[in-house]
Write a protein that binds this ligand. Structure first.
Ligand code: IPE
Ligand code: MG
Length: 220
């Protein structure tokens, strides 16, 4: 979810207006995800490096997160969305951590979409934390501890980098970079990214299967 600040600046508005519009975009995308064939959606709401932003903006983002959780919980229950928050919790305000716990508990039965919101999240820290909890470290054990592999990673706002997001899980992710600012992103953009994903040949390091010989093709 990148481009909120620039979206606001382009309209002569303070950055927080962009963040508010970004919440609307998140709502649209969550609603559109199951229909687009997405069963797990992870939104990067606040990176561990975003603490470097001016305190007023950090504060506004945290408040928005709290109100999003509160407002969206009934809608999530209605739409079968199971909400969970990934990232560190020890640096969050206690009101926010309780709001997270309430939203997670209330939506725990959702089966249509698993919505993961990354808050105070760092992919590198997530790998370290997962590794620390594993007595006998192996690739399988880490994979199990860290969370589902990413199939499609979409970055809005024109930047073409991962910025410490789901690093391990994105080992074979298909990357889609779009210049669209996050507040302008919607169901159509999601559908286009999913179409792009399906058009790609995913080989996971293997070679493509040989083309069938002519007579075989004929028999098929
Ligand atoms: C939203 O966009 C991402 C968040 C951390 C909430 P930005 O705030 O990064 O917006 P730009 O990149 O300055 O336009
Ligand atoms: Mg940005």
């Amino acid at each position: 979810m990148d481009g909120n600040g620039r979206w606001a600046a382009a309209r002569g508005l303070p950055r927080i207006f962009g963040h508010r519009a970004g919440v609307e975009a998140a709502r649209r995308v969550v609603e559109a995800a199951p229909g687009a064939g997405v069963s797990i959606l992870t939104l990067f709401a606040f990176s561990s490096d975003n603490w470097r932003r001016p305190p007023a903006e950090v504060d506004a983002l945290m408040r928005l997160m709290g109100s999003y959780l509160q407002n969206e919980t009934p809608r999530c229950i209605e739409q079968g969305v199971r909400l969970e928050v990934i990232g560190r919790r020890d640096r969050l305000d206690s009101a926010l951590t309780s709001a997270i716990a309430r939203a997670e508990a209330a939506t725990a039965h959702g089966r249509r979409l698993r919505l993961r919101i990354a808050v105070d999240y760092s992919g590198r820290d997530a790998i370290l934390a997962a590794a620390r909890g594993i007595p006998e470290l192996s690739r399988d054990a880490l994979e199990l501890a860290i969370g589902p592999a990413v199939d499609l990673l979409i970055r809005t706002g024109g930047e073409r980098r991962l910025s410490d997001f789901l690093l391990w899980e994105s080992a074979y992710a298909e990357l889609v970079f779009t210049r669209t600012m996050w507040p302008d992103f919607g169901a159509t953009d999601l559908a286009a990214a999913v179409r792009d994903f399906h058009s790609r040949d995913r080989r996971f390091g293997a070679v493509p299967p040989p083309a069938p010989r002519r007579e075989q093709a004929w028999l098929d």
